[in-house]
Design a protein around this ligand. Structure first.
Ligand code: ADP
Ligand code: MG
Length: 349
């Protein structure tokens, strides 16, 4: 076992597994009526009455999904919860509980795990979800973090990827691409820092895009926004890999094609400026970037009047017969076949 070199830090071995679990979970409150039993037994007990439960999980591995040199542990904890809640929202469900499993090496002192769980706790408080369990184990090298989220939804409200029809409108919430450019800035500053550790980065011009990368939010507000407009999406997905890849998923599951309009893409001015600074085409980044955690969905054409001009949503395209394929219609009105360049978890770099 590795020696803990920093005497001001508490080694995990001192606490033991059960001491650690008690310590990191003691500050969590419950918010949900559906939580009958949380941490402390062999399993949690949940009661959704007449509603359906949705369940989703994600595994994050150090060096593959996150880099602790610019991702503070608190942000990592927060983001790990958010990405799962986003998947629950993409089913048009309300997130209610999470479990968190971690594998940690002795490289991490207790204080690091406390920071990670502070981020998880903040997300639980903000989104009113309950931490109801998890698992704790050791790892030989890096940190691994797995979050599972549970949500509730009525049978009538649930939305799948497969419900889009020809002529449906394609909508995205918020704006896209910023999280990817935030990562480019963080990577650049890391290289600058490695060359000259005295160099203090000036990140004032990049606050929005960095926040989109380090502290994304799940669109738990969309379900209510749409229900207040009296709109039920016909299909929905969250934007984790970039909208080109997400559009492919919707089209494949729904057996339709799609026309996406370049001039309709919602881009933040800071995102556009940074693309120019990096000499990158903002459209290419916006559709392939990913990690925006916005919701991409289709609605019936007849709902157009209910959503047009709404500041939360942009109408960016429409679905076509499958035989017409999937295209980007550029500002010059040329039709470019779209390929999913979204991040592929199993692809070699
Ligand atoms: P078991 O041996 O039955 O798997 P554990 O001793 O691993 O139980 O866990 C005891 C309790 O603490 C369980 O309720 C479990 O869900 C919870 N728990 C364990 N690790 C974590 C963790 N990292 N975060 C949150 N809850 C945890
Ligand atoms: Mg266990």
């Amino acid at each position: 076992m590795l020696e803990n070199k920093d005497q001001n830090k508490t080694s995990l071995a001192q606490l033991g597994e059960f001491g650690l679990i008690d310590h990191i979970t003691k500050n969590f409150n419950f918010h949900q009526k559906s939580t009958l039993k949380g941490i402390g037994d062999d399993a949690a007990v949940l009661d959704f009455k007449s509603k359906k439960a949705v369940l989703t999980t994600d595994l994050l591995v150090e060096g593959v999904h996150f880099d602790l040199s610019y991702m503070p542990l608190k942000h990592l904890g927060y983001k790990a919860v958010v990405v799962n809640l986003s998947d629950v929202c993409a089913m048009n469900a309300v997130p209610t509980q999470i479990t968190v499993s971690i594998a940690v090496s002795n490289r991490f002192p207790l204080e690091a795990i406390e920071e990670l769980y502070e981020g998880i706790r903040l997300a639980c408080e903000f989104y009113k979800v309950d931490l109801v369990g998890g698992d704790t184990t050791s790892s030989t090298t890096g940190l691994m973090l797995s979050v599972t989220a549970v949500g509730e939804v009525t049978k009538e409200d649930v939305v799948y990827r497969s419900g889009a029809q020809e002529n449906d409108l394609l909508i995205v919430s918020g704006d896209i691409g910023a999280a990817y450019m935030g990562l480019q800035i963080l990577e650049r500053e890391k290289q600058v820092f490695l060359v000259n550790p005295q160099n203090q980065p000036d990140l004032d011009d990049y606050t929005y895009i960095i926040e989109r990368q380090l502290k994304p939010e799940a669109r738990t507000d969309i379900k209510e926004l749409l229900s207040n407009l009296d709109i039920k999406p016909t299909s929905m997905i969250d934007v984790s890999d970039g909208i080109s890849s997400e559009i492919m998923h919707l089209c494949k599951a729904s057996d339709v094609g799609c026309n996406l309009f370049e001039d309709k893409l919602p881009l933040d001015p800071q995102f556009i400026n940074v693309c120019e600074e990096f000499n990158l085409d903002s459209t290419t980044i916006a559709i392939n970037g990913g990690e925006d955690y916005e919701l991409l969905f289709t609605i019936k054409m007849e709902d157009f009047d209910k959503i047009k001009g709404n500041p939360h949503f942009s109408i960016i395209g429409h679905m076509t017969p499958k035989s017409e394929g999937i295209h980007l219609i550029t500002r010059e009105n040329t039709k470019i076949p779209m390929k999913a360049q979204g991040w592929n978890a199993l692809e070699e770099e």
